[in-house]
Design a protein around this ligand. Structure first.
Ligand code: CO
Length: 211
């Protein structure tokens, strides 16, 4: 068997052993219930592992990942995970974590045709269109790329706030906060984009549902 692959299973045995050694009831306790305070929507990129970069333990973070951390209103997968996280698990924070150097975002800034993923990338291109004036004015490609990563995250935060799921939670007094972050692959640091939405008063009038 390929060495890297078989090593993964060895690593798992060692991790489980060491975890029990440190805390004998760790798995037993965790298997009873999950009560994560955070729901994470991140990029599928292998270099942005949700739990690891924020030092979270198993049970801390409910995770959904896709190409370029998108919140697409007709994506049943995302909506199902979001609804479970907010309505059932009652998470306190939803974090959209994008990252600089995102391949999905770079593709959206190009005319590249990849295949079926083109349809997904089109949603990212929409984010560009919403901020075309600001982005087109940035001459330096790297600076424009970085800014687009940030603006795309902000759009997804807004997309979340526009969902019935989030607005229903707010209307019931559930204090769920939606945050936008951009992670740097080169420093390992998170840039809090300071675009937190806490209630529907922060939305355009037209985006507020009568609930
Ligand atoms: Co990415």
């Amino acid at each position: 068997m390929e060495k890297f692959y078989s090593q993964l299973l060895e690593n798992n045995k060692e991790w489980a052993r060491a975890t029990v050694e440190k805390d004998p009831t760790f798995f037993e306790e965790l298997s009873k219930i999950q009560n994560p305070p955070v729901f994470w929507i991140g990029c599928a990129d292998s270099r942005v592992p949700a739990n690891q970069i924020v030092g979270a333990k198993p049970g801390d973070v409910f995770v959904h990942r896709n190409i370029a951390n998108m919140v697409v209103h007709s994506d049943m997968n995302m909506l199902s995970v979001l609804d479970y996280a907010v309505t059932v698990l009652k998470v306190k924070h939803v974090v959209v974590c994008g990252h600089y150097g995102c391949g999905g975002v770079a593709t959206a800034m190009s005319n590249k045709h990849v295949g079926i993923v083109d349809n997904w990338i089109s949603h990212i291109k929409d984010s560009y269109r919403f901020h075309k004036k600001e982005l087109d004015a940035i001459e330096d490609y790297q600076a424009r790329y970085d800014r687009f990563v940030e603006l795309n995250v902000k759009e997804q935060v807004l997309n979340l706030a526009e969902t019935f799921i989030i607005q229903k939670a707010w209307s019931e007094g559930v204090p769920v906060h939606i945050h936008g972050w951009a992670y740097s692959l080169t420093t390992g640091l998170v840039n809090d984009l300071d675009c937190t939405i806490k209630n529907n008063e922060m939305l355009r009038e037209l985006d507020r549902f009568d609930i």
